[in-house]
Design a protein around this ligand. Structure first.
Ligand code: IPM
Ligand code: MG
Length: 355
């Protein structure tokens, strides 16, 4: 392997959590793994450095890399900027520019963290599901959009739009993943109300013909939101659109105790990917060395699995994380009495030691 990775720390806790994943990378490099990294600003940091949440140089670096590791973007100091200049735009644009249409968000409960979930342990024990969220379409990108005046009053407009090609390609990714897991796929939509969802359901059902071994079910998004807290273990793979996936993946994250534990991968059609924790930039604790870096470390593991074709290294990183959890290391978000409260950087050191 001779991989090039673009490192985009971003804002808030982004730099400190990414630094822990880089420690893991450095340890692997000391063992002889050939990986080059280059760092560039994105989000508010991009705006501060170049007046653009996705500076041209950052986009070019990401395009040239085999994979991208991203921390988080956003901060209160940027909230009053025009929409186009806000940190979130940098994230949305890099997803779109790199054509990262398939967003994989696993929700896995580590047995030792069952108490950190707000749900009863028996509801979440053994939880292991994967949300496949479409990431470059839907109401996030559909046109027309804007705020305009109609009949003398302001109206806000967004467009929920999916082409069958967009639905088909993300459905294939989800079916392929289901084949490697429990072979059950639940497609989530709002087909009782929305034409866009009606097409979604039709196309997903068509794709299912190529995967006779996968059991396909459909669920309305409101019911799915309820089922996720009622009986989350009924799910293996959930396939859904951009907006519903945004919402359901936060909900699924909380089942596992802390949003600080969950990684994500955003993939294009050729396995290139952007890897990021699913949590945000947590400006309230930024710079205090107390954020949980494990979601970022686990995102690095996903990078090895999905973009660098190195499942062995991915497995080693995941095993190291399981080991530090089992050994009782906890950042504040997952702390419970009797455990060992550690800082962000100490958690990173513990993972490196466990590797
Ligand atoms: C996410 C985030 C983003 C999204 C925001 C920051 C634009 O919530 O990755 O889930 O809505 O996709
Ligand atoms: Mg979100």
């Amino acid at each position: 392997m001779n991989a090039k990775i673009a490192i985009l720390p971003g804002d808030g806790i982004g730099p400190e959590i990414v630094a822990q994943a880089v420690k893991v990378l450095d340890a692997l490099r000391r063992e002889g793994l050939k990986i080059e990294t280059e760092t560039a600003p994105i989000g508010g940091a991009g705006y501060d450095a170049a007046g653009d949440p996705l500076p041209e140089a950052t986009l070019r670096l990401a395009e040239a890399a085999d994979a991208v590791l991203l921390g988080a973007v956003g901060g209160p100091q940027y909230d009053t900027l025009p929409r186009e200049l806000r940190p979130e735009r940098g994230l949305l644009r890099i997803r779109k520019e790199l054509n990262l249409f398939a967003n994989l968000r696993p929700a896995l409960l580590y047995p030792e963290l069952a108490a950190a979930s707000t749900l009863k342990p028996e509801v979440v024990a053994g939880l292991d599901l994967m949300i496949v969220r479409e990431l470059t379409g839907d109401v996030y990108f559909g046109a027309p959009r804007g705020i305009e005046t109609r009949a003398g009053e302001r109206v806000g407009v967004n467009t929920m739009l999916y082409s069958e090609g967009e639905i088909r390609r993300v459905a294939r990714v989800a079916f392929d993943i289901a084949m490697k897991r429990g072979r059950r796929l639940c497609s989530v939509d709002k087909a009782n109300v929305l034409e866009c969802s009606e097409l979604w359901r039709t196309v997903v059902t068509e794709v299912a013909r190529d995967y006779p071994q996968v059991e396909l079910t459909h669920m309305y998004v409101d019911n799915a939101a309820m089922q996720l807290v009622r009986a989350p273990k009924q799910f293996d793979v959930i396939l859904t659109g951009n907006l519903f996936g945004d919402i359901l993946s936060d909900e699924a994250a909380m089942l596992s105790g802390s949003i600080g534990m969950l990684p994500s991968a955003s993939l294009d059609a050729h396995g290139k990917g952007l890897y990021e924790p699913i949590h945000g930039s947590a400006p309230d604790i930024a710079g205090q060395d107390k954020a949980n870096p494990l979601a970022t470390v686990l995102s690095l593991a996903m990078m090895f699995r999905y973009s660098l074709d190195d499942a062995e290294t991915a497995g080693r990183i995941e095993a190291a994380v399981r080991k530090v959890i089992a050994a009782g290391y906890r950042t504040g978000d997952i702390y419970s009495p009797g455990c060992r409260l550690v800082s962000c950087s100490a958690m990173g050191d513990a993972v490196v030691a466990a590797l």
